[in-house]
Design a binder for this molecule. Structure first.
Ligand code: NAP
Length: 317
């Protein structure tokens, strides 16, 4: 089937984190006509990470915001158009073997291929009052909201790298940090665990789950269940930071490509095009694909591969 030459773009990249922007760099250098749809947080999740210490090439670390803004500058210098906003839906147009990417603004972009690099969003606990109390004691972003809790008592829920990083960050200026961990061990890397265990301001409650949120105008206390002893405790708190993981931002693809139960895009059926999704011509990279290992460098690497694979796919058509 021949490609329709009237299709405006060779590639629409959805997402502007490390995966999307790296894909854009590779497309530009290969003369692939590309546009990036930047989403509602241009630069992605890294832009709210104060210090990235595991991205190669930065012996003293690099600010997440700076890293992403510099990458964005690199992409723009290469002549790639970056457009703000969210994608509402992607339609496959079989007659011209292309896609229509419909933005929430109503604008429709026609493209021969799509790279999905939408990353992931915060996972909440799902308790009553949780959504109402966001911004009133409940937050998912210690680096954004931590400053409001100077000399106050806060808790971090979760036992992964994010929770450990958040706890150590908050301990710098709050009065006390509780960590509420549902198992008897962390999921975090050894390096992040050690920083928590060495910090006297952090008190860890193992085998503990938040069961209830109390407070009207703002969070006042939480009910915690010890799932070993079944003992319940009311813990007074000024703030609670939820750090229990992320879910992929792929809802807009439901019904188009195959997704895993938790929403990750299924890729890799074609062993020569391992970033291709279940629909030919749609590729995916980064946190919207991966269940584990939410890492910037991995997302960047996958973005590179997705670009190279779209190029190969387009050439073979
Ligand atoms: P994560 O690794 O998925 O850890 C989630 C944590 O929350 C686990 O302790 C989990 O407990 C707990 N949890 C999940 N659902 C829960 C619920 N409903 N109630 C209570 N606890 C719950 O998530 P993350 O820490 O956000 O990290 C995500 C990815 O980003 C990981 O791959 C991580 O390595 C990476 N990351 C890396 C860095 C770094 O390299 N410095 C920094 C941040 C994040 P269980 O263990 O019992 O499941």
């Amino acid at each position: 089937m021949g490609m329709n030459e009237n299709i405006k773009y060779d590639c629409v990249i959805i997402g502007s984190g490390p995966a999307g922007l790296t894909a854009a760099i590779y497309q530009a250098r290969a003369d692939i006509k590309t546009i990036v749809i930047a989403g509602n947080q241009p630069g992605g999740q890294l832009t709210i990470t104060p210090m990235v210490e595991n991205y190669p090439g930065f012996p003293d670390g690099v600010g997440g915001f700076k890293l992403m803004m510099d990458t964005q500058t690199q992409v723009k210098k290469l002549g790639v158009e970056i457009k703000g906003g969210l994608v509402h839906q992607v339609h496959q147009v079989e007659s011209s073997s292309s896609f229509e990417v419909e933005l929430e603004s109503g604008e429709v972009l026609q493209s021969k291929t799509v790279i999905v690099a939408t990353g992931a969003g915060v996972k909440w606990l799902g308790l009553p009052k949780e959504q109402e109390l966001i911004g009133h004691g409940i937050s998912s972003c210690a680096t954004c909201d931590g400053m409001f809790f100077r000399d106050k008592t806060v808790a971090v829920v979760g036992g992964g790298d994010t929770a450990c990083e958040d706890a150590v960050f908050l301990a710098k200026f709050t009065k006390k940090v509780f960590m509420i961990v549902r198992r008897e061990e962390f999921r975090a890397s050894a390096a992040e665990q050690k920083k928590v265990l060495d910090n006297e301001k952090i008190e860890i409650w193992w085998s503990s789950e938040v069961k209830e949120l109390n407070g009207e105008e703002k969070l006042e206390s939480v009910k915690i269940l010890n799932n070993k002893t079944e003992k319940e405790t009311i813990l007074p708190l000024d703030g609670m930071f939820v750090a229990v993981g992320y879910s992929p931002a792929t809802k807009f693809l439901e019904g188009l490509v195959k997704l895993k139960e938790m929403g990750q895009i299924v890729v890799g059926k074609n062993e020569k095009l391992v970033t291709m999704a279940s629909v030919e011509g749609i590729f995916a990279a980064g946190d919207c694909v991966n269940e584990n290992h939410r890492q910037a460098i991995l997302a960047a690497g996958e973005g590179c591969r997705a670009a190279l694979e779209t190029q190969k796919w387009l050439k073979e058509r």
